[in-house]
Design a protein. Structure first.
Length: 440
């Protein structure tokens, strides 16, 4: 018999069907055995009656067994209907039950109500924990975040490309990079696709990429990882950094709308409230931000200052978002455009949400002579970025771009406490999968 997905059972009342999936719950009730079966499309309750030919097999089946089930789709009695759950008005009367794969006794309770693991245990058992509805909800939301970024970019005529992971030079400076043994050459794992998206921009005008990036930061904070998914965009023929800001704001607005529309069940399960975005997101210069916080100006906001600023903006405007622009020029990478009227500050911009940075971007230098001047000032080796410099040597339009961190967006949208919760297989200075977490 052809397999039917559980999500399609509602339209098959009175019919005999075959479903295949996992056993989420087993309950013995008198001489009957009840099961909750699940597959990729959802779940349904099944019952094996004493008279069923499946009763002997049912006595052996336990949670997480993989099974093939034949049975009749019956309407539940009105008193047993549960409108709050999928297939709450039907029940599968099981006539045949075949075990496709057995499961060993579980190391912890996987039921929706009984699952209460600390994060370390959850990560050490990631392969099993991923089957839990709560974790699946997190990553379904993340999938929509990434997909909707891609959809919006394409809708705005951006061209998608894939940037390399192994690079000959560091895009953003600093020593926090992973060195790679690459035959007889020095190479690194990419901190950012920045230089490559600027190169591609000079050919396609508007470009974006969804890339893994790597930061060798010796940090174990709740919002830092060594490997993240970066959602990058670059656009040409801009008038100022404000064009970059406006495109970033429109992108976030679209992503939030898509999550609200497509992930209503997941948001409810996780008890998550989407961050509020008002008609026009507040924008402050870094200097204005420090003035607002009533503290001395510095080169950047620290995490506590970011949190406080977001709280103040929320109270004043209702917005969970705030843009901050105009950072000290030497605190940003060499390609960020200095403000012509105040060259000590650049035209870089960050987007904060609920106390955490979501985005970094701004206008870039497109004039080759000015770019070379910065390369010299920053003490860079032009030979290591020759391909990048070539793109600007032969004419590049005014341009800028931005990048989001997919995991941070997921964490903030869902109100998670640790970015590792928003990362399917997190990498940090202490962990490479659960089985290797103790290796030195």
């Amino acid at each position: 018999m052809e397999r039917t997905l559980i999500g399609d059972l509602a339209g098959k009342k009175g019919m005999v069907v075959n479903i295949q999936g996992w056993v989420s719950v087993r309950r013995d009730q008198g001489k009957m055995v009840f099961f909750d079966f699940r597959d990729r499309s959802g779940s349904v309750q099944g019952v094996v009656l004493l008279k069923s030919a499946a009763i002997e097999t049912a006595k052996e089946v336990r949670n997480e067994y993989v099974v093939s089930v034949e049975g009749k789709v019956n309407a539940r009695p009105e008193k047993n209907v549960n409108a709050k759950v999928q297939n709450g008005d039907i029940e599968l009367e099981v006539s045949a039950l075949t075990v496709l794969a057995k499961a060993e006794p579980l190391p912890f309770d996987m039921s929706l109500d009984g699952y209460n693991l600390d994060l370390t245990t959850e990560l050490d058992h990631r392969a099993l924990a991923l089957r839990h509805p709560r974790l699946q909800a997190i990553f379904k939301v993340q999938e929509v975040i990434i997909d909707s970024f891609r959809e919006y970019m394409k809708g705005q005529d951006f061209f998608e490309f894939q940037a390399p992971t192994i690079v000959p030079a560091v895009a953003e400076g600093g020593a926090e990079v992973f060195k790679v043994d690459y035959f007889d050459k020095k190479a690194y794992l990419s901190q950012s696709p920045q230089l490559y998206k600027q190169i591609v921009m000079t050919a396609f005008e508007r470009v974006f990429s969804v890339n893994k990036i790597f930061r060798a930061e010796p940090s174990s904070t709740t919002r830092h990882l060594t490997e993240v998914v970066s959602l990058d965009a670059e656009m040409s023929f801009i008038q100022s950094w404000e064009d970059v800001r406006d495109m970033a704001e429109a992108t976030v607005r679209y992503i939030l709308l898509e999550v609200q529309t497509k992930c209503a069940k997941e948001l409810e399960l996780l008890g998550a409230t989407l961050p509020a975005m008002i008609e026009k997101t507040p924008t402050l210069s870094l200097t204005e931000a420090f003035t607002k916080l009533d503290i001395p100006a510095d080169k950047d906001l620290n995490p506590e200052q970011e949190r406080k600023l977001c709280e103040m903006i929320k109270e004043e405007t209702g917005s969970d978002f705030v843009f901050v622009y105009g950072y000290p020029t030497r605190q940003k990478p060499f390609y960020v455009y200095p403000n012509p009227e105040a060259p000590e500050f650049n035209e870089g911009v960050d987007l904060l949400c609920r106390g955490v940075e979501w985005l970094s971007g701004g206008r870039r230098i497109n004039d080759y002579a000015q770019l070379m001047e910065h390369v010299q000032k920053w003490g860079m080796d032009p030979k290591k970025i020759e391909m990048f410099l070539e793109a600007f040597r032969y004419g590049a339009p005014p341009e800028g771009g931005f990048a989001f961190g997919a995991e941070r967006m997921t964490m903030q949208i869902l109100g998670l406490k640790n970015i590792r919760e928003a990362t399917m297989f997190p990498r940090d200075m202490h962990r490479i999968d659960g089985s290797l977490s103790e290796e030195k």
